[in-house]
Design a protein around this ligand. Structure first.
Ligand code: ATP
Ligand code: MG
Length: 551
């Protein structure tokens, strides 16, 4: 596999190189730790490429670990979707599939160990009230009541927490670190909370659940992760990550932060994406307008293009916003190179070839890809009546116009040269039919006398055409940064024109398309057979238009 992340170098790989050279590490173990509370988005793709790509580069391994420490938001639906997306992106965790919840016993033991060392205590302040004690970074906080309880007392209270003797939220277990630390995360952070909720894996075994900061470092440590990559917002949590593992005296992975992927015209928070789904503003997590991996897949993006983007944006510690055009161009380049060509008319205008016999049907062989012979050929039927694009006709056309205008000869791709003799219009002056004549000596599309015809247009035989539902997508948001205006709800910036459904005329071979098959509809754009497509009722999604306008 062309694994882009593993071929490029970045500051994390420099750290790893040094660790291997000094003997601090002898192997490289990474993990991708999604919380199963939503679908993966393009931002996660960056983390996936980095985690799996780095492991591959060093011949190590990358774990897929579900960070399922929050019983409320998690769902099996998300678990299988995440697995499918990681695989589709081209990565393989092999036997290394893990669940944070499988470590709940160990986490509990570790919490007890901290209490025994006098490094954790039960605090019965509600979180809101604790904030007053924690204070602000520039001034030391104050000791919360209970901080100096004896080890025995804390052991007994923690046991009671576990046994369900307290109400939800009545108390928490806190690390006893430093109420004066300039880093608020080090001011006695909560390690365990009481929450009566049925967990998808452990059921009702537990009514206390570990907090993210306590759980995550322990998960990494148990699995022998050597380099634990995460996004920049965790930088201020790193001292806590290290403190917990050092205090427990267990294996210590190194947390390394990198900047997240941000894209213009895109929202990447799972919580916000969930809002769009719940309010039915898009048709599910895998709606082709969504920045989710499954949405992009359904839209026709390739895994190669997404990996390419992740390689191009690289991995740094600088916050930045990548222009969505870069992603679009990765997708277009890949599709241009790899998608098969087909003929389809998205805005049909009837053409009647007056001197072509009414009952004759000819079959023309055309290549599936202009540069790739190995892509083979297919036959397309030709007959007296055709569909062409509406905008392939103009009354008074400039010279560079690549379509019909009265009196000018045009090539019908792969078939014949034809000339428009008459245009029929409706009452508003809109063309509804062209009358043409063809030159029977130009079979295949070239003239024996060598005369030049600059324009080549696509067409579909009317009597063989298959109607298809075609969904035309545009960007989901109208502004570069939908979250930029704090006064406004990001949903106000949804693009009302981001989906238009039309009926197109397809060449008959397209009825064989399977969901996920990608095509370039010649001169129109890139299209992908939708999950809903069938031979009887084809459905296609437009991935993108072609780069250049059709002139
Ligand atoms: P979101 O903030 O979008 O809701 P999350 O960070 O809560 O996502 P997790 O399931 O916790 O989602 O993420 C799994 C991994 O993906 C984490 O290591 C996280 O740092 C990383 N990740 C999430 N968003 C991005 C992003 N935009 N760019 C790079 N990595 C990301
Ligand atoms: Mg998160």
């Amino acid at each position: 596999m062309n694994n882009d992340e593993s071929t490029v170098s970045n500051f994390i790989h420099d750290i790893i190189d040094a660790d291997l050279a000094s003997g601090k590490r002898t192997e490289v173990v990474t993990r991708f730790p999604p919380e199963p509370n939503g679908y993966l988005h393009i931002g996660h793709a960056k983390a996936i490429c980095l985690d799996f790509g780095t492991a591959a580069k060093y011949g190590g391994r990358c774990h897929l670990r579900f960070d399922d420490t929050n019983p409320e938001a998690e769902d099996e639906e998300y678990v299988s979707a995440i697995k499918e997306d990681v695989k589709w992106l081209g990565f393989d965790w092999g036997e290394h599939l893990y669940w944070a919840s499988d470590y709940f016993d160990t986490m509990y033991e570790y919490a007890v160990r901290l209490i025994n060392k006098g490094k954790a205590y039960v605090c019965d302040l509600p979180q809101e009230e604790f904030k007053n004690y924690r204070g602000i970074p520039t001034e030391p906080g104050t000791e919360p009541p209970g901080r100096n309880r004896s080890i025995e007392e804390n052991m007994a209270l923690f046991e009671k927490m576990k046994n369900g003797e307290f109400a939800d939220g009545a108390c928490v277990l806190r690390a006893k670190i430093d109420m004066a630390s300039p880093n608020l995360h080090m001011r006695d952070p909560a390690l365990y909370r009481i929450k009566r909720a049925t967990h998808h894996n452990t059921g009702d075994t537990w009514c206390i659940y570990p907090m993210y900061d306590f759980a995550h470092c322990i998960e990494d440590s148990i699995e022998g992760v050597t380099h634990s990559m995460c996004t920049l917002e965790f930088e201020v949590h790193r001292p806590l990550y290290d403190w917990i593992l050092q205090t427990l005296e267990v294996f210590q992975p190194q947390q390394i932060e990198f900047s997240r992927l941000n894209l213009t015209y895109t929202v990447m928070s799972k919580r916000k994406l969930l809002e769009l789904v719940k309010e039915k503003l898009v048709n599910g997590w895998n709606a082709p307008r969504m920045p989710t991996i499954c949405g992009m897949r359904r839209r026709g993006f390739t895994a190669e293009a997404i990996r390419k983007l992740c390689g191009l944006v690289g991995c740094t510690k600088f916050e930045s916003i990548t222009e969505v055009e870069l992603l679009e161009s990765c997708v277009r380049d890949d599709l241009n190179e790899n998608s098969l060509r087909a003929m389809a008319v998205v805005d049909p205008l009837k053409v009647v070839i007056e001197n072509y016999p009414a009952d004759l049907v000819e079959e023309f062989e055309v290549p599936n890809h202009p540069q790739k012979e190995e892509a083979g050929k297919r036959t397309i039927p030709f007959s007296r009546e055709l569909w062409i694009e509406h905008d392939d006709y103009m009354d008074e056309a400039p010279n560079k116009f690549k379509g019909f205008t009265i009196g000018r000869e045009v090539r019908l791709r792969g078939a014949y040269l034809a000339t428009c003799t008459e245009v029929i219009k409706d009452a508003t002056g809109n063309p509804i039919e062209l009358r043409c004549t063809y030159d029977p000596d130009t079979k295949g599309g070239s003239a024996p006398d060598g005369r030049k015809v600059k324009s080549t247009i696509h067409w579909v035989s009317a009597k063989h055409a298959v109607d298809a539902e075609v969904r035309l997508y545009e960007r989901l948001f109208t502004v570069e940064n939908p979250l930029g205006d704090k006064e406004k709800d990001f949903k106000e910036f949804l693009n009302p024109e981001s989906l238009e459904v039309i009926t197109a005329k397809l060449e008959p071979a397209l009825t064989k398309a399977q969901p996920g098959d990608r095509f370039q509809f010649e001169r129109v754009g890139y299209f992908c057979a939708d999950l809903d497509t069938t031979a009887e009722a084809p459905v296609f999604n437009r991935t993108f238009t072609l780069r250049s306008a059709r002139m």
